[in-house]
Design a protein around this ligand. Structure first.
Ligand code: IPE
Ligand code: IPE
Ligand code: MG
Ligand code: MG
Ligand code: MG
Length: 324
């Protein structure tokens, strides 16, 4: 997106310095592979953009920004194992291209590489960053556990779902922005306002991800369409169909989500057609709007110029309008 290229370029340059191919190749090749496949670089962009709009030299935030991107990539390798996902960023997932053990260990190493980047900061900043990072990373694990628990649960409420996505996805976007404000040595109030903006954006972002998982297309999204359906994920789409569908559809949906399917493609098609007739598309787009609006009201509280608010606003709009 226009306006974020310079941040992505700065991150990619630093990746070339930090993520190097060396022995043992079985460990470092998958790391290099996943990180080089790119992705949108949302989290580091948020860190650098925050630092920049706070009028601090954003190059100082590059190590923290990359730490978050490496953590994100670690979580994707392990998430793809847990979600049985064959495709990521338009290519084979790490555990498909190599094997399960390679995915586990290269993921672990990526997490350590992420931590190591905080060593580039002086002790007081290091401590604040490490504390935020550890707290956030643990919340991501909790969110991921709820996500897996819900696959086999028939009693997931909207509140449960929102808590789950807050942890697995939103807090990392919040932390990404807060990191930028930490580098800029801002007040606690300012740091927390950025955190809340990022967190609400993160909820909208995960809702959009759930939506694209069913209604996107593989070539732009880069992931298998219907993956959440095959894993019986209790996404916002499922919960809305359960709430607003007719009785026949609800019973059919519950059956499809509790029995092993004879035919995977057929299961996906049936569920998508139930989603459509239950008005799930409209409900999801509305919920995405709701959290985008919340984020935009957080934006008003930020101590930055109107021009810079507009920059953050535009980036948020780009994320919510995305197909990737
Ligand atoms: C995917 O994140 C995982 C979610 C939290 C939805 P992204 O959509 O940011 O993935 P990349 O990094 O752009 O590939
Ligand atoms: C991702 O949730 C959350 C984390 C990776 C922590 P998803 O499982 O929906 O992410 P994708 O769709 O596989 O990218
Ligand atoms: Mg997944
Ligand atoms: Mg997952
Ligand atoms: Mg998803």
């Amino acid at each position: 997106m226009k306006g974020s290229e310079k941040y992505i370029q700065a991150i990619n340059n630093f990746i070339e310095e930090v993520v190097i191919l060396k022995e043992p190749l079985q460990l470092y090749e998958p790391i290099h592979y996943i990180v080089s496949l790119g992705g949108k670089r949302v989290r580091p962009t948020l860190t650098l953009m925050t630092c920049d709009v706070l009028k601090e030299d954003y190059s100082k935030a590059i190590p923290a920004a990359l730490a978050l991107e490496l953590f994100h990539n670690f979580s994707l390798i392990h998430d793809d194992i847990m979600d049985r996902a064959p495709m990521r960023r338009g290519k084979d997932t790490v555990h498909e291209k190599w094997d399960l053990n390679t995915g586990i260990l290269s993921g672990d190493a990526l997490l350590i590489l992420a931590y190591q980047l905080f060593e580039k900061y002086p002790p007081n900043i290091f401590q604040e960053m490490a504390m935020l990072f550890s707290k956030t990373a643990l919340q991501v694990c909790e969110g991921q556990q709820y996500d897996i628990d819900f696959e086999s649960s028939d009693h997931v409420s909207l509140e449960d779902y929102l808590k789950m996505i807050n942890y697995k996805t939103a807090v990392l976007l919040g932390a990404a922005m807060k990191m930028g404000a930490i580098v800029a040595k801002e007040s606690d109030e300012c740091k927390n306002n950025f955190y809340e903006f990022g967190r609400n954006l993160g909820i909208a972002f995960q809702l959009q991800d759930d939506y694209l998982d069913a209604f996107g297309n593989t070539s732009s999204f880069g992931k298998q369409i219907g993956g959440d359906i095959l894993s019986n994920k209790k996404t916002f789409l499922y919960l809305m169909a359960e709430k607003n569908g007719n009785n026949n559809d609800i019973n059919e949906l519950k059956r499809l989500f509790s029995e092993a399917p004879d035919n995977h493609q057929q299961k996906i098609e049936k569920v998508i057609s139930i989603y459509k007739s239950a008005g799930v598309i409209e409900a999801t787009l509305e919920e995405i709007q709701k959290y985008t609006r919340k984020a935009n009201s957080n934006l008003q509280a930020l101590p930055i110029s109107e021009e810079d608010k507009n920059k953050l606003f535009t980036y948020g709009q780009y994320l919510m309008g995305r197909e990737v």
